[in-house]
Design a protein around this ligand. Structure first.
Ligand SMILES: [Zn+2]
Length: 379
């Protein structure tokens, strides 16, 4: 973990690699999104129309992502995957008088390069590091861009090993071997609905296999021990705090600027959509506690989520309602004696949450119900 693993530092080679990997990545993403719901989203939630802290006009907009000011020295990168898949997740950067901190490795090196170019439009200060908010592929597969440019990659100490376990091992396996358990679930599905969900999951598994193979893994070389958090970072007249909270991946870190009430939440916040809870270390209850903390912060807090539009406390309240509804429906199924394997397929989006997006059922409510059942000790 001391050095980037297998990162090529030669700029020309790195650029050639980026192009190759991007072409491979982009072609596999077409199918990836064919298996998931993809809704174009605005960069800002309605509550920020007219808010002077958040710039209505981006400093750069490439379609697949745009970058705008959300505070003094604070910028948010908001992705629109419906227009291209270079970045896929949101990110941003913090610029002080002495140095800058970039957030997220994105899903591909061209995504990380885009954000670096955006930073250079506003400042030439040295980059202290690029922080992955967690290990997931859409936040980390572009890390090699930073490695190739001598920028340290920061992340929760658990990120490097999870990247190797989840994506590195995929690179050494045959596709048929990786997909076998997912194909089994499709063939063993007892209802049409269960079959539909199992097919969606199979499609995503196939595409994750392709993406892992298309990108070179560059592991963080600046591990952050969660036991040492919160950690203050001084960028020169701009003080940020790094904190860790449970919920989405077991490796989640966020960056907060308390003086300006701005929070870069990573995937602890999905704006305008259901939470993604497929990770083996995701926790429904832990995440709900984290959201209670978010709700306790200033009423004018600007949240930059891991996915979706920039939002405020209005969405935090709604997002908590989403969690409450999942728990409520799971409890009803549990009390009615529906077994875990069937219950996971039976969540229904209620009227009050219509319009809240869902990336994929089998990455959101499906695993949430399975986790809740496991908590209740149910079969
Ligand atoms: Zn994630």
């Amino acid at each position: 973990m001391e050095k980037f693993h297998a990162v090529e530092r030669h700029r020309n080679l790195s650029n050639a690699f980026s192009r190759r990997s991007f072409i491979a990545t982009a072609s596999s993403f077409g199918a990836f999104y064919a298996a998931a719901q993809l809704v174009p989203l605005p960069a800002l939630a309605a509550e920020f129309a007219g808010d002077s802290r958040v710039s209505q006009t981006p400093i750069i907009d490439k379609g697949f992502a745009s970058v705008r000011k959300v505070g003094d020295g604070l910028f948010a990168t908001i992705s629109d995957p419906s227009k291209g898949l270079q970045t896929m997740c949101n990110g941003g950067f913090l610029v002080g008088k002495d140095s800058a901190l970039l957030l997220e490795g994105f899903v591909s090196p061209p995504g990380a390069a885009f954000q670096m170019d955006a930073l250079r439009l506003v400042s030439q200060v040295p980059v202290k590091g690029a922080l992955d908010t967690h290990y997931h592929f859409d936040h980390s597969l572009g890390n090699s861009y930073y490695g190739a440019n001598g920028i340290p990659v920061w992340a929760h100490a658990g990120v490097a090993s999870r990247m190797v376990t989840e994506y590195g091992t995929l690179q050494g396996k045959e596709k048929s071997e990786v997909l076998a358990p997912f194909e089994k679930r499709v063939s063993e599905a007892k209802t049409e609905l269960a079959k539909k969900h199992a097919q969606e999951r199979l499609g995503i598994a196939g595409n994750m296999y392709q993406m892992s193979g298309a990108n070179l893994l560059a592991l963080p070389n600046h591990p952050i021990d969660p036991a040492m958090l919160p950690m203050k970072i001084d960028l020169g007249g701009l003080a940020a705090v790094v904190e860790s909270y449970p919920g989405h991946s077991g490796t989640d870190i966020l960056v907060r600027v308390p003086e300006q009430n701005v929070v870069y939440a990573g995937d602890l916040l999905f704006s305008s959509s259901y939470p993604v809870l497929f990770d083996s270390q995701a926790t429904v209850r832990g995440w709900m506690t984290t959201l209670k903390t978010f709700a306790s912060w200033d009423k004018d807090t600007v949240f930059v989520p891991g996915h979706g539009p920039i939002c405020g406390q209005d969405w935090i309240a709604k997002f908590r309602e989403v969690f409450d509804d999942i728990v409520e429906q799971a409890e009803k199924l549990h009390k009615a004696g529906v077994p875990a394997s069937d219950a996971a397929d039976q969540y229904v989006v209620p009227e009050k949450l219509k319009g809240v997006g869902m990336y994929a059922y089998t990455f959101t409510v499906g695993p949430a119900i399975t986790k809740l059942y496991a908590e209740w000790g149910a079969k």
